[in-house]
Design a binder for this molecule. Sequence first.
Ligand code: M6R
Length: 366
Amino acid sequence: EKAGFDHFMMKEIHEQPKAYRDTMGSRIDASGSKVVLDEIKMTEEQIGSIRNVHIVACGTAYHAGLVGKNIIEKLARIPVEVDVASEYRYRSPIITPNTLVVVVSQSGETADTLAALREAKRCGARVVAITNVVGSSVAREADDVIVTWAGPEIAVASTKAYTSQLIAFYLFGLYLAQTLGTQEAGYIAGVVAELKQLPDKVERILGQAETFKDWAEQVASHENLFFIGRGLDYAVALEGSLKLKEISYIHSEAYAAGELKHGTLALIEDGIPVIALATQEELLEKTVSNIKEVKARGAHVFGLHAEGETELVKAVDQVFSIPHTLPLLSPALSVVPLQLLAYYASLARGNDVDKPRNLAKSVTVE
Ligand code: M6R
């Protein structure tokens, strides 16, 4: 049942290229230049009336939502807020009939996410669900459903569900842009072409998994570490940090790289591992200067950058190149090394990788 892998998590990490292909599937037209989302029943007029978007989810699905905000704002130019479902419910969010609420849930059964969906509907908003389970509560109660075709996810630590949620957001963002006319057809076709190349690029990263076994063995003896990044790299850093905490039990914090000097830099001391994500070309220089700040205080820095870049090499102790893609799409690649790092760190510490302590796969209580 684990298809030759030692753990479900590793099997599921390796199923990501297939999950990407299946989630894109027939949602890209035959010419490969635009997105077809027949499951969205919203009319053009309804889409045109959207004034703001609220993305609501928990845990890893919330982290997918943080990337989703960037995607929708960039492609469709609609303002987006992202909330943790257990906060959203109780903060009296301003929801109007022109608000589109997007709930994200692998299981479709998370209690807080379901309650947020109900609150949104009560206020007259239209709800789109991104879920991996056809027929789940969230799928049944939403107005529109985008199913992620990741297949069953057994390991408590979510991997392929997260990345297929990202693919769903790319498709949805492109669909909104097409409908609203916020991006030119040529630009959309270019993004679609790059999307289709992601599965092969994930396979290339998986072929280099040993690198992250090595990194994991170096960090496994530490009790604290940091993930830093800017923009989309920060969103991915949050997910990498959660993954590591969840299964290796190493405490880590994800920080917006530019925010370190406002307090957290005080925690950087000799030998502390820092995972620096620097895949966003236009932010590279700024991130490098933040890396220098932690290096100067003795941190051991592991860097992730886009293939072809050279600037990071001198600034860090060890570096890994992510296959080149559009900066907007890089989260769908850069998270994979962090999943592998968490997996091998958990293994190195002798933990139960698939069933971490204190946690359940589906959180159906508040
Ligand atoms: O089924 P859901 O997507 O609604 O679950 C949300 C979270 O409980 C879940 O993503 C959790 O954070 C994962 N165990 C993280 O790996």
